[in-house]
Write a protein that binds this ligand. Structure first.
Ligand code: PEP
Ligand code: MG
Length: 366
């Protein structure tokens, strides 16, 4: 058994020596980050921040959504800030010395709102009894105002950052303050700030300018240099097709191949498996779901275009992928051949991605 363990360790080491692709993990808690590190991850390629707004924090988010004045809104954001700072401090500690790509808030707003039917019934029943609750009524108005037919194509990602003043600023401030705290304690935090769902360089420019200002301010307040990269996800076809322009305002690109697959095909990633995918697989439209293994001809071509345009505009640009495909063996070969710098996948898929990246390099001789 010892021989076998040594042989496996040797194999992993040889793969690591051979590969050019770095392998990071998708993780958003200190525990997941530590697990990812044990699996050999060389950083976090996607720290989703949405779970940080659920559970106990939901009330604060509701306060933010219901805010009617600037003071109320700023109060809610001020209350969220220390929680976010603690979240990032924990993750930067677990990943000390390694890059952590923090993605600013992405999910559709409705995920934070109470269920519209349940709330309508509650308000109607209370009204009928002559016991209406002012908070419930206000919440129902907000839920109705924010209701969307297609939330995945709606108010999420960078659009949230532009529509809710101060939200992304608060997140960047929390990242900057946590990093400053780590530096003062002798740590080596390497956050990278990532903007989701960008479709045009203008969206990115507005958020990026604000982020750079906050990094500068918090750096000065703490007497430390906070020179962290600000970049974008490429997860909409328009972003891939205008990557040359977007590269002017991004220090890195990370391909969100889940959304890129959804938007390139026009398939709802939340619904397809249950609706027509089994028929497609049965009839051989494709052999494997494009959400599982990258569709090289379509989505892959968008990735190639974005890499070419991005590199032409900014030769030092870093390229990664953080969609599910980052841990899919076949897709890893494609990302190697396309010249990405890293793939990022769930912690448990990190060893597979390391081996496949090694095999891809051995096979192509680079
Ligand atoms: C993606 O779209 O590929 C991605 C990584 O982001 P999310 O899955 O959180 O939308
Ligand atoms: Mg996405």
């Amino acid at each position: 058994a010892d021989d076998l363990v040594r042989a496996v360790d040797r194999l992993m080491r040889q793969g690591d020596d051979a590969r050019r692709l770095h392998v990071r993990a998708n993780a958003d808690t200190p525990e997941d980050a530590a697990r990812a590190r044990r699996m050999g991850a060389q950083g976090i390629g996607l720290c989703r921040t949405e779970h940080m707004f659920l559970g106990d924090r939901r009330q604060l988010v509701e306060r933010l959504i219901l805010a009617e004045t600037t003071e109320e809104r700023d109060g809610a954001l001020d209350a969220l800030l220390p929680h976010q700072r603690a979240d990032f401090n924990g993750i930067f500690s677990s990943m000390d010395g390694l890059p952590v790509t923090v993605r600013l808030l992405d999910p559709p707003l409705h995920e934070f709102l109470p269920d519209i039917t349940e709330l309508s019934v509650r308000v109607a029943v209370a009204e009928a009894r002559g016991e209406s609750d002012a908070n419930d009524t206000r919440m129902l108005e907000a839920v109705q105002r924010l209701h969307e037919q297609n939330p995945m194509l709606g108010l999420r990602g960078v659009r949230l950052g532009l529509a809710v003043p101060g939200l992304f600023t608060m997140q960047v401030r929390a990242i900057a303050q946590a990093a400053a705290e780590r530096i003062r304690e002798g740590g080596r935090p390497h956050p990278e700030i990532m903007i989701p769902l960008v479709g045009t360089v203008q969206e990115l420019e507005i958020i990026r300018e604000d982020a750079l200002r906050v990094l500068r301010e918090v750096g000065e307040e703490n007497g430390v240099e906070l020179d962290f990269p600000v970049g974008t996800m490429i997860e909409l076809p328009r972003a891939a097709l205008t990557a040359g322009q977007i590269a002017e305002s991004a220090e890195f690109f990370s391909f969100g191949t889940n959304d890129l697959t959804q938007t390139a095909w026009g398939f709802s990633r939340d619904d397809v498996e249950a609706s027509f995918f089994s028929a497609y697989l049965e009839k051989g439209v494709f052999g494997v779901s494009p959400f599982e293994s990258l569709d090289v001809d379509g989505v892959g071509r968008l990735v190639r275009i974005a890499v070419e345009e991005g590199r032409a505009a900014r030769p030092e640009m870093q390229f990664g992928v953080c969609g599910e495909h980052g841990g899919d063996p076949t897709s890893v070969h494609f990302f190697h051949e396309t010249g990405l710098d890293y793939v990022s996948c769930s912690p448990f898929r990190v060893p597979v991605a390391r081996l496949e990246a090694g095999r891809a390099a051995a096979r192509t001789g680079n």
